[in-house]
Design a protein around this ligand. Structure first.
Ligand code: ZN
Length: 368
């Protein structure tokens, strides 16, 4: 196991637009660079891991194991790569893997597959086919690149150390990756399947996670005779209905307040005051513009959790119908909605079937 793993992390991240270099940004709970460091260690394939960086100080606060060395990089990627090879020479490595820190999503399986293929080859490079059609231009003529004959190279790329070192030390031009050194000399490279998820993080938007917001809603209405009972937008046979300026649908009102809470838009009374215009309004008509504004502002709903607090009617009997109705009104999937029935041990006004209450929690995300 005379393998060495080099992580190139000296790039300036010109297209990233953030104060700290991209490789030190947090991504999936750790710095981008640490995904590569940890995976290379966990693979147990390497005698040493070498990080090449222009910010050696940044690594002083890390408690890396002794098998990780940090060295200063150069101006260009190829300079840093050559510095790494020169540094490693004293260890007499048999194989060297070169990897860009900006690719944190490769798998250990890929590392092992590369290592296996390196037994019989001098250079192993993972490749994937392009998802987009590629054009190229010669003078003013534009051509289509034949997708079946072209592919994109990824890292880690692995080489017999001696071969790569000899090529790199003689190369005068700045090459974009180590495979280029082999290609320029017409040396054989073993191309193996790469991983679509192993894409390079280039823009801040590549790692941005949409923001999640939560909202809470509560409502209670008095039960009165000679009124129809509406819950979650559907009519339910019952001895009384809910009193109110509208149809008194506590579930839809609590959902509206939860949405307004999550989007910081005050409360249901602000949008539907007790005036003539809204007298006897059906609650789905109130929910509709609130939902439509939510989606127009590019939010989407993760889930809605509902507690319906009443002695009667029994929630279990109407659960599916109510969830169906809410799913239609909110345009979300039924499996994103949960409805729980809660009795109050016959205590108080709710226990005596004089009122029904509801509480809702909603989780939404902002998509842009
Ligand atoms: Zn209400």
């Amino acid at each position: 196991m005379n393998n060495y793993f080099v992580i190139l992390a000296a790039g300036k991240s010109k297209r990233f637009h953030k104060k700290i270099a991209k490789q030190f940004c947090k991504y999936k709970n750790k710095e981008i660079i640490d995904h590569s460091v940890e995976k290379s260690l966990n693979s147990s394939l390497f005698r040493k891991v070498l990080v090449v960086t222009n910010n050696v100080n940044h690594f002083k606060k890390k408690s890396y194991s002794k098998s990780i060395n940090i060295i200063k990089g150069g101006r260009e990627r190829s300079d840093s790569s050559l510095l790494a090879l020169k540094y490693l020479k004293k260890y007499k490595p048999k194989n060297v893997f070169i990897h860009d820190a900006a690719r944190p999503n490769f798998s250990i399986k890929l590392l092992k597959n590369i290592a296996k293929n390196l037994n019989k080859n001098k250079a192993v490079v993972p490749v994937i086919s392009s998802k987009d059609a590629i054009k190229y231009k010669i003078k003013n003529q534009v051509y289509n690149l034949n997708k079946n004959k072209s592919f994109l190279t990824q890292t880690p790329q692995a080489f017999k150390f001696k071969e790569l070192y000899n090529l790199a030390i003689k190369e005068k031009n700045k090459v974009s990756d180590e495979a280029t050194l082999f290609i320029n000399k017409n040396y054989k490279i073993k191309f193996i399947p790469g991983e679509n998820k192993n894409s390079k993080i280039t823009y801040l938007t590549d790692i941005e996670i949409p923001k999640t917001y939560f909202g809470i809603g509560f409502d209670i209405h008095k039960l009165i005779k000679n009124k129809k009972l509406y819950l979650g937008g559907i009519k339910i046979p019952f001895h009384s209905g809910l009193e109110g300026h509208s149809d008194g649908d506590v579930i839809l009102h609590a959902i509206i307040d939860a949405i307004l809470g999550a989007t910081k838009k005050k409360d249901i009374g602000t949008f539907f005051p007790n005036n003539k215009k809204f007298k006897n309004i059906r609650s789905p008509k109130m929910l509709k513009p609130i939902i439509s504004n939510l989606y127009k502002s590019d939010f989407s709903i993760n889930n809605i959790d509902i507690n319906l607090i009443c002695e009667q009617p029994k929630v279990s009997k109407y659960r599916n119908r109510i969830i169906n109705s809410i799913s239609k009104l909110t345009s979300i999937n039924k499996n994103q909605i949960n409805l729980k029935g809660k009795t109050v041990e016959k205590l108080g006004l709710i226990g005596k079937e004089k009122a029904i209450a509801c509480e809702v929690i909603i989780s939404i995300i902002k998509n842009d």
